[in-house]
Design a protein around this ligand. Structure first.
Ligand SMILES: Cc1cc2nc3c(=O)[nH]c(=O)nc-3n(C[C@H](O)[C@H](O)[C@H](O)COP(=O)(O)OP(=O)(O)OC[C@H]3O[C@@H](n4cnc5c(N)ncnc54)[C@H](O)[C@@H]3O)c2cc1C
Length: 378
């Protein structure tokens, strides 16, 4: 048997942020992941400045060995239309990273003991402890295994039959020098094109020679067809070189508003995608993953070794305080006829005030929400 104080299952941004937030507190923390690192993760690789601040990332240090693309603005449009709005600032309003690098960097500085290349298989309760995979004993297990987190399943989540998911496909590749020269995407200004029915959007994001193209939607139907139509639109408009061939990879995750997952039980907390926390309109999930990790660290410290669900309940309250109340099932937008929504979407997307204040500042940057202050020595 092996013992630890906290076992975190999943070494994505949620798991490594929690481990990092606990690292000065003399806890023996294990982070387990079924993959070895660095590993790829399907993602556009866009992070908001709050993530950098929450995690106290020194961007000058980070960019020495990793891709870090400052984003000064966004171009917004609709798939099929050449009318666009561009919004930009002088200072970075976001950054572009590569998940294979970013997640590895966060994990390496987390200070935790790592068990990589090991899958969580099962856990059993014995004397107020969890015994994981038959040999690791821990008083608390934190599920940070993403959307299909096996610990979430132990809380009764029926992952594949659960709530409405965001489904997305993405490809990221290094362009040849010739392709780079022909590519018309400005690295400072990623481009976002909303679907006609406003149920999702495609993006094209250049980070130096790396190009990332993807599309996410809030309904599962015909995702590949939407992706194909989006690529065709980009090609026809000359946004991407004709000779690029790419393979798309897909993944699903829950938006906070639609998630019904329990986030805790006796000796268990869920963080990040495992808890279903991504922002609904933008699909941004890294910031909620990081912030839930930081909030979980606060709750674990305050629990002082008593991890009963009653004693962990403040986590639920902190999540609600931070991300708001989950929406009720009544959604007025769903009651509007599709044709009306299409016309409305077009009008809104081509309105400068709406694009800047609602889409960029509110939906994408969450500019109203300050980074979390973390109680950790500098
Ligand atoms: C196409 C796409 C584009 C996206 N783009 C963005 C973006 O640009 N910006 C943004 O903020 N968000 C984006 N997101 C969302 C974002 O990727 C997630 O919200 C984020 O990765 C959640 O982090 P996490 O740590 O909770 O989970 P993950 O990053 O999914 O990490 C979970 C980890 O758990 C491990 N794991 C899973 N099962 C097991 C097991 N049985 N045993 C052990 N380990 C296990 C996995 O190997 C993985 O390393 C995008 C999502 C998609 C699908």
């Amino acid at each position: 048997m092996e013992h630890c104080d906290i076992l975190i299952v999943g070494a994505g941004p949620a798991g490594s942020s929690l481990a990092w937030a606990l690292s000065d507190n003399e806890y023996d923390v294990i982070v387990m992941d079924k993959q070895t690192f660095p590993r790829n993760k399907v993602c556009a690789g866009w992070v908001t400045p709050a993530v950098v601040e929450n995690l106290r990332i020194d961007i000058n240090d980070y960019r020495k060995e990793h891709v870090l693309q400052p984003v000064l603005g966004f171009l917004i449009g609709q798939i099929g239309s050449h009318e666009t709005e561009t919004y930009s600032e002088e200072n970075p309003i976001s950054y572009g990273i590569r998940r294979c690098e970013f997640d590895h960097y966060l994990l390496e500085r987390s200070g935790a003991r790592l068990k990589l290349g090991e899958s969580f298989r099962e856990m059993a309760r014995a004397d107020n402890l969890w015994i994981v995979n038959d040999y690791i004993r821990s008083p608390i297990v934190v599920g940070a295994g993403g959307h299909y987190c096996p610990v979430a399943r132990c809380l009764g989540t029926k992952v594949k039959h659960s709530e409405a998911v965001i489904v997305a496909q993405e490809t990221e590749f290094r362009m040849t020098p010739e392709q780079s020269e022909k590519c018309k995407i400005n690295p400072d200004v990623p481009e976002l094109f909303f679907c006609e029915d406003f149920k999702g959007y495609g993006w094209i994001f250049r980070k130096g020679d790396i190009l990332n193209i993807g599309l996410g939607r809030e309904d599962k139907d015909k995702l590949s067809e939407h992706v194909k139509a989006f690529c065709e639109f980009l090609r026809q408009w000359g946004k991407i070189p004709q000779d690029i061939s790419y393979k798309f990879y897909g993944h699903a995750y829950l938006s906070y508003q639609h998630s019904l997952r329990q986030v805790l039980a006796d000796g268990i907390l869920l963080i990040g995608d495992a808890a279903g926390l991504a922002y609904a309109q933008s699909g941004e999930g890294i910031r909620p993953a990081v912030e839930s990790g930081i909030l979980a660290a606060q709750v674990i410290k305050n629990a002082k070794g008593n991890y009963s669900s009653k004693n962990l309940d403040s986590y639920r309250q902190l999540i609600t305080k931070r991300f708001g109340r989950r929406k009720t099932t009544f959604d007025i937008a769903k009651m509007l006829p599709d044709d009306f929504k299409k016309i409305l979407a077009h009008k809104l997307l081509t309105n400068h005030w709406f694009a800047r204040n609602v889409i960029i500042n509110n939906w994408f940057l969450h500019a109203y929400q300050q980074p979390l202050l973390i109680n950790k020595p500098a």
